[in-house]
Design a protein around this ligand. Structure first.
Ligand SMILES: Nc1ncnc2c1ncn2[C@@H]1O[C@H](COP(=O)(O)OP(=O)(O)O)[C@@H](O)[C@H]1O
Ligand SMILES: [Mg+2]
Length: 405
């Protein structure tokens, strides 16, 4: 039996990887086993009117309502709800100190506009000297983002765009988040991390983290002064913004591997704090997924690779900025191309059972060999069975995450 694949993405990295596995490309109307689709294609396939029913031998690279995690406003809403629920049930991980969550304070304080305008103003007044960042909920690649340091600026913006006070005229909603104004700098420049997380099931949660993430740098030195507030080359780390910034190729094509970041931090800050930082990153990824677990349709045909955007501040605390459901597969350098090739190769090796043929009845527990450069973050099925042998086989990362239980 031949495995067939289908894609609507014009990216050679997908086709090359599939062909290398001996899979045969077919069209969307044909009998496909694996579909690497854009989110829109996926949406129409899952829509009721499409009448499409997938068989046990078909899998696709998105969950139907991934926007619960990938839309900026919904991610925040789900995380807020998750914290409230844990708090209500008296769970220790929702402990508070100084009116802040001690373990779940991993997203910058955020409000949705226009809906939460009054709540925002209340928060703003508590510390009127802070900077805030406005981001349109449904856009990406840094588009439509701006910083504000005065309420009057927001009011002016809302008048100009007739936004906040006339929600019925508002074309799109925004999130406004506290700006992390003390980012960790390397060579004086701000950067964020792009990490890849593969989810093969939400209930039970099964998630894997790719070892080869990278850091994306700004091209201009960081400067938090008001004069530079509108300079996006200083504040936004998106490749799509920075590639227009002239000196883009000055540092590793603007990128540094996470492994090298780790070495850099171990030597400049010490091993212990570096380890703590990376543990906190795994922790925030797991809990961001737990936050959407009850609302995402855990369709057994689906898997999804998320691109996590994370900023580290100068106290080495990681902040979750956003989660992308279609992380860019475009490459800027030769290393980048190798990385993305590896990423796809590794995703395919995890999602296909040892038989080599897609099967949704499989328990989705890959062999150690199939894991390659992915590390298990959490598999609730394994935790539930508390099988020490399996736990050892995969490395005990998740068990340390669950020590609070
Ligand atoms: N709260 C924040 N504090 C500091 N920088 C931020 C914050 N939110 C976003 N940024 C910067 O702006 C960039 C774009 O924001 P992001 O939420 O990822 O939107 P987009 O969908 O446009 O990529 C981030 O990669 C980061 O560099
Ligand atoms: Mg982003």
């Amino acid at each position: 039996m031949k495995v067939t694949f289908c894609t609507d993405l014009d990216k050679s990295v997908v086709v090359t990887n599939c062909e290398k596995r001996g899979w045969v490309q077919v069209g969307p109307e044909d009998d496909w086993n694996i579909y690497w689709a854009g989110t829109l294609t996926c949406k129409s396939l899952f829509s009721v009117d499409s009448g499409y029913r997938m068989s046990d031998a078909q899998i696709i690279n998105h969950f139907p309502n991934h926007y619960e995690i990938s839309r900026k406003d919904l991610l925040v809403k789900n995380i807020k709800r998750y914290r409230r629920e844990l708090e209500k049930e008296g769970n220790v991980i929702a402990e508070k100190g100084d009116s802040k969550y001690l373990h779940l304070d991993f997203i910058p304080v955020t409000f949705v506009l226009p809906a939460d305008y009054n709540m925002f103003v209340e928060e703003y007044r508590k510390s009127p000297q802070s900077t805030w960042i406005m981001k349109p909920c449904g856009r990406s690649q840094g588009s439509g983002i701006f910083l504000i340091n005065k309420l009057s600026k927001l009011k002016k913006w809302s008048r100009d765009t007739k936004h906040i006070f006339q929600p019925q005229l508002a074309k799109e909603s925004y999130v406004i988040s506290r700006y992390i104004d003390n980012p960790l700098l390397i060579g004086g420049k701000k950067f964020d991390m792009r990490l890849y997380v593969l989810v093969t099931s939400f209930r039970p949660l099964k998630a894997y983290q790719f070892k080869h993430g990278f850091c994306r740098f700004c091209t201009v030195k960081y400067d938090s002064s008001v004069a530079e507030l509108d300079n996006m080359y200083v504040h936004l780390t998106n490749v799509s913004v920075q590639k227009h910034g002239g000196e883009y190729n000055s540092i590793h094509g603007g990128k540094l591997s996470v492994q090298n970041l780790r070495l850099h931090l171990e030597s400049t800050r010490g091993k212990e704090v570096t380890e703590k930082l990376f543990d906190q990153i795994s922790w925030l990824i797991i809990h961001s997924l737990k936050a959407v677990q009850p609302v995402i349709a855990s369709d057994r045909h689906c898997f999804e690779c998320y691109g996590y955007d994370i900023i580290i501040d100068n106290k080495l605390k990681p902040w979750l900025i956003e989660v992308n459901a279609s992380p860019s597969l475009t490459s800027t350098t030769a290393n980048d191309r190798i990385l993305k090739y590896k990423l796809l190769d590794n995703i395919f090796s995890i999602i296909v059972p040892p038989s080599g043929f897609p099967d949704t009845r499989w328990n989705k527990i890959p062999t150690k060999e199939a894991m390659k450069d992915f590390e298990l973050l959490i598999d609730e099925e394994i935790i539930q069975n508390e099988d020490p042998e399996t736990s050892e086989k995969y490395g005990a990362k998740y068990s340390s995450m669950y020590r609070w239980r």
